[in-house]
Ligand binder design. Structure first.
Ligand SMILES: [Zn+2]
Ligand SMILES: [Zn+2]
Length: 303
């Protein structure tokens, strides 16, 4: 598998002099299998440059398997600007999580962001053949790759993707926050059976999450916050901080972790400083700092 990052920013694109080195586009990851299987994980604004790049090196891959972690804007906003959607003969399979509203499926959300009030071309006018499939937790094949999904902890249904090719595995979490007890933080579980049950549920959910990451060669993970930012004012916003990521890396025996979905307010210089903190903490925990990477646009990884 060859993995290329085209967008590493969370929430909103932030182009400008303060983000030129790490990049300002929102999430988009290209995954190419050994036999040419073509997968894209999320179509944030990074999908625009990816689409242009694909056009510049024909033939276009087809089918393109587009897996969406969730439908928050930063993860789908590049779709109307993804050039292969306008090319006849190309097939794009769009898959992503189901929604709580049974009458609104994945396709409806994609249709909505291309209604005429928001965009001049409707979804049905795209020249490529585009199919939609709502996913829950499942496992499916893309050529010789196996794609397995698990729901993450976010403010809307969000799927992580575990992709295996022979004995190589990568995981992309999309947006994910550590599971926590929503009733009482830090309460003694023995004082309240409800709180105790919730605490056990948190433990089970965390174990399940760790088994999803377990033994992966590469995990690309939401790491929007620092350990000081997260617990003070960012809890419930649906994202993780790097101290959690390092803990999960050790607990799940992950070989290499790429921290992504950078906060839009984090400048290149701030990311450099954060990298130093992360690598220092990794070394203190016995993790090889070279195996903890800070995502940047254009980063290529081979598995
Ligand atoms: Zn996001
Ligand atoms: Zn989100």
């Amino acid at each position: 598998m060859k993995v290329t990052l085209w967008g590493v920013r969370g929430s909103v694109p932030v182009p400008g002099p303060a983000t030129v080195r790490y990049g300002g586009n929102t999430p988009c990851i290209e995954v190419v299998g050994a036999s040419g299987e073509y997968i894209i994980l999320d179509v944030g604004t990074g999908a625009h440059a990816l689409g242009r790049d694909l056009l510049s090196r024909p033939p276009l891959p087809s089918p393109i398997h587009l897996f969406i972690s969730h439908t928050h804007w930063d993860h789908i906003q590049g779709f109307p600007f993804f050039a292969p959607c306008y090319v006849p003969g190309v097939t794009v399979h769009v898959r992503g999580p189901v929604h709580f509203h049974q009458h609104r499926q994945l396709r409806d959300v994609f249709d909505q962001q291309m209604q005429f009030e928001f965009f001049p071309i409707s979804n049905s006018q795209l020249a490529a053949t585009i199919t939609y499939e709502s996913l829950a937790e499942t496992s499916l094949s893309v050529g010789s790759l196996t794609v397995t999904t698990q729901f993450m902890n976010h403010s809307v249904q969000c799927l992580g993707y575990r992709i295996c090719e022979q004995n190589r595995t990568m995981v992309y979490t999309g947006d994910h926050e550590p599971y926590y007890n929503v009733f009482v933080d830090g309460a003694d579980p023995l004082d309240d059976p409800l709180v105790g049950d919730a605490g056990a549920m948190v433990d089970r959910a965390t174990e399940r999450f760790l088994s999803f990451l377990s033994g992966a060669d590469l995990v690309i993970i939401d790491c929007q916050y620092t350990p000081t930012e997260y617990p003070v004012k960012k809890r419930t916003w649906g994202h993780s901080s790097w101290d959690y990521c390092l803990t999960w890396m050790q607990q799940a025996a992950v070989r290499c972790m790429v921290l992504t979905h950078h906060d839009p307010l984090r400048s290149d210089d701030a990311l450099d400083a954060m990298t130093q903190d992360i690598h220092r903490a990794a070394a203190e925990r016995g993790i090889d700092p070279d195996m903890v990477l800070i995502a940047r646009e254009g980063m290529e990884l081979s598995l």
